[in-house]
Design a protein around this ligand. Structure first.
Ligand code: C2O
Ligand code: CU
Length: 498
């Protein structure tokens, strides 16, 4: 295909990627940054907004001139963005026209258990065959045939959520093939702030992928669990890493911007890769980013960073002030690789001046404090490699995932402290609740731990304490490592609010 030249610009042996593309890759900064389409509702009544999404195979152009088969929500990657008002019920009918069962989880949503996407609550393919053994892992699984209505009350603050596949043992391959999209929640508190908006608010979904010679996505299995092939030593234990960086599904894209503040709402939707984001060149005087929000919405006050590390499933709400550069500057969003080297993510081309109508107030959101004294229960969980079914896998508290084992039973409304310790990097995500980081490595939370979180990145050997109120709904939920391959290889557990 025309225009495909250039070196592989992303990653190296040092970053640990295991899959390389077998196809010429495009030069960076050629493809305009796409913005995922906002999904139109099919009905709005007094109580709820209704949406419909078809999960289906599609062939899309990710690399210029190359046809790539995906599995997509509405046949797109990322899927369409859903925009909701806080406190207004959103109902999404998902119809499964894929050849496999699926599960939809709204990541970061405060969702009743039957709509949360428990890993065995399958939506079986429309007209498909899986029925006979679909419930074999879990007698309590809530199966649906062909389609399911997911009901989201969204009793929560403005935040950048995302929806993605969550089937037990198959989340990695399903998300890698394209089953992920954004769900933005807005509210009056955030709307009242003079933040950049309109085309100065850019969602940036980061993923890494590798491409086979025929244009398809490379993944070490087709639709097999990584851990279920007897006798096969699986080399992808650390997770699947690609050598092409996609932003909103486009390789190393470019965006033309005005010399004004822009709000960058960043999601790391990669299966296993973490990034350390910075601007190159940095603005005069440094401080590339002003962080205004984290996983679960606005911080109490802005925090200035030179660089921002982001693990799988984390979100950062950042403001970059392109007004600090002369018009004509090309600013690259880079991934710092730790050895003084940087890999490209995307480029901002500052092509015009603009009227600045935003600023960042000193006070942002109201954050309810959760202090140690309120906690009634402390629980400990270790996240480690271990044997799963006789082969290498990942465990929580020494045990691989079972959908029928309950690992914690918080009382509804109680505040609990959960202490995590890890052998390696693991981004840990709790469903239903948001939490605050109480301590990291026995010390105060770090510069990136501010605000309400739903995913916290554990570093090797480091203990992290989080505190959460387990309120909202009674029922069973999961918590897990959000390295999708670790999750599929056992690193998931359950809790039940009672
Ligand atoms: Cu983003 Cu349990 O998942
Ligand atoms: Cu992990």
């Amino acid at each position: 295909a025309a225009g495909l030249t250039g070196p592989r610009l992303f990653g190296s042996a040092a970053t640990g990627e295991l899959l390389t593309s077998e196809i010429p890759l495009p030069a960076p900064f050629q493809v305009p940054l796409p913005i995922p389409a906002v999904l139109a509702s099919v009905a709005r009544d007094a109580d709820a907004d209704r949406y419909e999404i078809v999960q289906r195979p599609a062939i899309v152009e990710i690399l210029p001139g190359v046809r790539t088969p995906i599995w997509g929500y509405q046949g797109t990657f990322p899927g369409p963005t859903i925009e909701s008002r806080s406190g207004r019920t959103t109902i999404v009918r998902h119809r499964n026209e894929l050849p496999v069962p699926t599960v939809v989880h709204l990541h970061g949503g405060r969702t009743p258990p039957e709509h949360d996407g428990y890993a065995t609550d399958l939506v079986l393919p429309a007209g498909g065959r899986y029925t006979a053994h679909a419930g074999k892992h879990d007698p309590d699984a809530r199966l649906s045939h062909g389609a399911r209505d997911y009901v989201y009350p969204l009793q929560q603050k403005a935040s950048l959520l995302w929806y993605h596949d969550h089937r037990m043992d198959f989340t990695g391959p399903a998300v890698y093939r394209g089953l992920a999209g954004l769900h933005v929640v807005r509210d009056d508190e955030e709307d009242a702030l003079p933040l950049p908006r309109g085309d100065r608010e850019l969602p940036l979904v980061l993923t890494d992928r590798a491409f086979a010679a025929d244009g398809s996505l490379r993944y070490p299995s087709v639709d097999q669990t990584l851990s279920s092939v007897p006798g096969v030593e699986e080399p992808y234990v650390e997770g699947v890493f690609g050598d092409v960086l996609l932003v909103n599904g486009a390789p190393w894209p470019v965006a033309e911007v005005s010399a004004t503040r822009h709000r960058l709402r960043i999601l790391n939707a990669s299966n296993a890769r973490r990034y350390d984001l910075a601007l190159d060149p940095p603005p005069p005087g440094g401080g590339s980013f002003t962080q205004i929000g984290s996983d679960q919405g606005l911080l109490a006050a802005p925090v200035v960073h030179d660089h921002v590390p982001i693990a799988p499933a984390e979100r950062y709400d950042l403001v970059a002030d392109f007004g600090r550069y002369p018009v004509g500057t090309e600013v690259t969003l880079v991934n710092r690789l730790g050895t003084g080297t940087m890999a490209h993510v995307m480029r901002f081309r500052i092509v015009r001046s603009g009227v600045e109508d935003s600023h960042i107030p000193d006070r942002l959101g109201e954050i309810e404090p959760l202090d140690r004294a309120r906690a009634t229960v402390v629980r400990d969980f270790s996240f480690r490699s271990g044997k799963v079914g006789g082969r290498h896998g990942w465990t929580i508290g020494g045990q691989p995932y079972s959908p029928t084992r309950m690992d914690a039973r918080p009382r509804l409304g109680d505040v609990e402290i959960w202490r995590f310790v890890a052998d390696l990097h693991h981004p840990i995500h709790l469903h239903l609740v948001h939490f605050h980081v109480l301590s990291r490595g026995g010390r105060e939370p770090g510069p990136y731990d501010a605000g309400r979180k739903d995913t916290v990145d554990l570093r090797p050997g480091e203990a992290v304490e989080v505190i959460a109120r387990f309120d909202g709904y009674r029922g069973r939920y999961t918590f897990h490592c959000h390295n999708a391959e670790h999750e599929d290889m056992g690193m998931m557990a359950n809790f039940e609010t009672t």
